[in-house]
Design a protein around this ligand. Structure first.
Ligand code: NAD
Length: 292
């Protein structure tokens, strides 16, 4: 079994971007910039936003975080997005989701210019992804493909089974891996909560991608011998043996499934770390394509 080291690959990608940006600085050029917008004070979102900002700075990008109070109106948020849509110093705009209930999430995502949609959630980005056109792809989905690529895992003609159909993970990764290109070309099955006998599908997967949000849900008997297992889940569970009384686990029963898998991603240290690395990559791409 080979452990897919997301920490190492994410560090490599960040280093690659950092080198590209320092070359821009040497040439006296403008550098890529990312604005992250947080509405409210959700602790999980705060951590994500801080990590994103830190990663940008480490890579040499410009980064600004707009922290808005939980009672910010939809109108004010849309105004701020419009300001950054027209700001030439910021090439990527990320609005941290979930938003407070009084704000229409879809409306906010649609307000971001598709040229700055580094999260890849805009309907135009998603449409382009489905059509197989070059576009911004959801950072988690792009991160999964990058891991497969950097570990030379063949996807062409392989059966990929995705568990989960969310707009941010399940749907984009399924669409990405079915495209007719070198790092995709897979036969993709998408499973979701309506599946009556999930194992019937998962046991036929050469590559199994779990994006469910249920700790240890994928058991050994659901996985084919030698399968590649990608665990997207980030679940916090109670653990009294742990200093802060809890720890993070994935959607896969790692101790048992790892005995059967040919490759597997750990949690933490797998897909999660790739998300921020791909956000930097998408921001750099936005800069090159539309802003440089
Ligand atoms: P979601 O809740 O939007 O979607 C979960 C999906 O799982 C749904 O489509 C549902 O149909 C499916 N599902 C639930 N129970 C099922 C069952 N019994 N059988 C088959 N399918 C079932 O979740 P999401 O936003 O896609 O996130 C999934 C997990 O990935 C979460 O743990 C989340 O924290 C994690 N996540 C990680 C990253 C990362 O950077 N690594 C990014 C996004 C989400």
């Amino acid at each position: 079994m080979i452990l897919i080291d997301g920490k190492k690959i994410a560090a490599e990608i960040k280093e690659e971007i950092k080198n590209k940006i320092s070359a821009l600085v040497k040439e006296g050029k403008n550098t890529p910039g990312l604005v992250t917008i947080l509405v409210g004070d959700d602790p999980g979102s705060q951590i994500y936003i801080n990590n994103k900002g830190k990663a940008c700075i480490e890579a040499g990008m410009r980064s600004v975080t707009e922290r808005l109070s939980a009672d910010t109106s939809e109108h004010d948020l849309l105004d701020l997005i419009s300001y950054y849509n027209n700001n030439k110093d910021y090439h990527g705009i990320l609005v941290q989701i979930p938003l407070p209930k009084h704000i229409d999430e879809a409306k906010v995502i649609e307000a971001i210019s598709p040229e700055k949609d580094v999260d890849g959630f805009h309907p135009i980005s998603i449409g382009n992804l489905v059509l197989g056109k070059d576009t911004f792809v959801s950072c988690t989905a792009a991160g999964i493909q990058e891991l497969l690529k950097r570990y030379n895992i063949e996807t062409s003609g392989k059966h990929v089974v995705v568990i989960g159909r969310s707009n941010i993970v399940g749907k984009p990764i399924a669409n990405l891996l079915m495209q007719k290109n070198k790092y995709a070309n897979a036969i993709v099955t998408v499973c979701h909560s309506a599946a009556k006998d999930l194992s019937q599908f998962t046991r036929t997967a050469d590559i199994l991608i779990a994006a469910i949000g249920k700790p240890g849900f994928v058991k050994e008997d659901m996985v084919k011998e030698g399968a590649v297992v990608i665990d997207v889940g980030i679940n916090r569970i109670k653990d009294d043996n742990h200093p802060n009384g809890s720890r993070v686990v994935g959607d896969v029963d790692f101790p048992n499934v790892s005995k059967k898998a040919s490759f597997i991603t750990p949690v933490p240290g797998g897909v999660g770390l790739m998300t921020i690395a791909m956000l930097l990559k998408n921001t750099y791409k936005a800069y090159l394509k539309y802003g440089g």
